[in-house]
Design a protein around this ligand. Structure first.
Ligand SMILES: Cc1cc2nc3c(=O)[nH]c(=O)nc-3n(C[C@H](O)[C@H](O)[C@H](O)COP(=O)(O)O)c2cc1C
Length: 149
């Protein structure tokens, strides 16, 4: 198995609480079965999703997601092999966009699509670090070791 991480950005189409809740329900059910984890940053002008899992499973899921008519203009920003999951405990976490990410104006001017790989990764690494109970330095792939402390 090759563990890989894929991050894409897209523009929501018909964004509201119900649409989002439907996406998350499907994602959590399907991803848990496929051993895919990740998080979905979302607000009315932006989806920014991180998917991690076996390469074939993540590729197949992204092919399906990008054809979904609840968003448009999906663009891959990061696609790489990795040795460690950032969100091992989450079939699909829901992260409302935060003020420190981008303003609506920056998003409309393409700030997300034009961000570098490191800038995009920094957003997700910061989300991980902000998780309640996060202890920096502990391997995030090993929740059992965290539970013992
Ligand atoms: C922004 C966005 C993110 C999505 N994320 C996932 C996901 O992580 N996992 C998933 O199974 N479906 C996700 N979906 C839904 C899929 O596009 C698709 O509707 C779903 O997997 C059901 O596919 P099926 O009818 O072929 O089973 C997402 C859709 C959107 C618009």
């Amino acid at each position: 198995m090759t563990l890989m991480r894929l991050i894409y950005a897209s523009h929501p189409f018909g964004f509201d609480d119900l649409a989002l809740s439907n996406i998350l329900k499907t994602a959590q059910r399907h991803n848990a079965a496929a051993n895919i984890s990740g998080t979905l940053i979302c607000r009315e002008d932006l989806y920014l999703q991180l998917l991690e899992g076996d390469r074939a499973d993540v590729d197949a899921l992204y092919e399906k997601i990008k054809r979904d008519d609840r968003h448009a203009d999906a663009k891959i920003l990061v696609q790489e092999a990795t040795s460690q999951r950032l969100f091992p405990m989450w079939a699909m976490r829901h992260d409302p966009a935060k003020s420190w990410m981008w303003t609506a104006e920056q998003v409309s001017q393409g700030a997300v699509e034009n961000a570098t790989r490191d800038e995009i990764m920094a957003v997700f690494v910061r989300l991980v670090a902000e998780q309640p109970g996060h202890l920096s330095g502990l391997p995030t792939t090993c929740p059992a070791s965290r539970a013992k402390l």
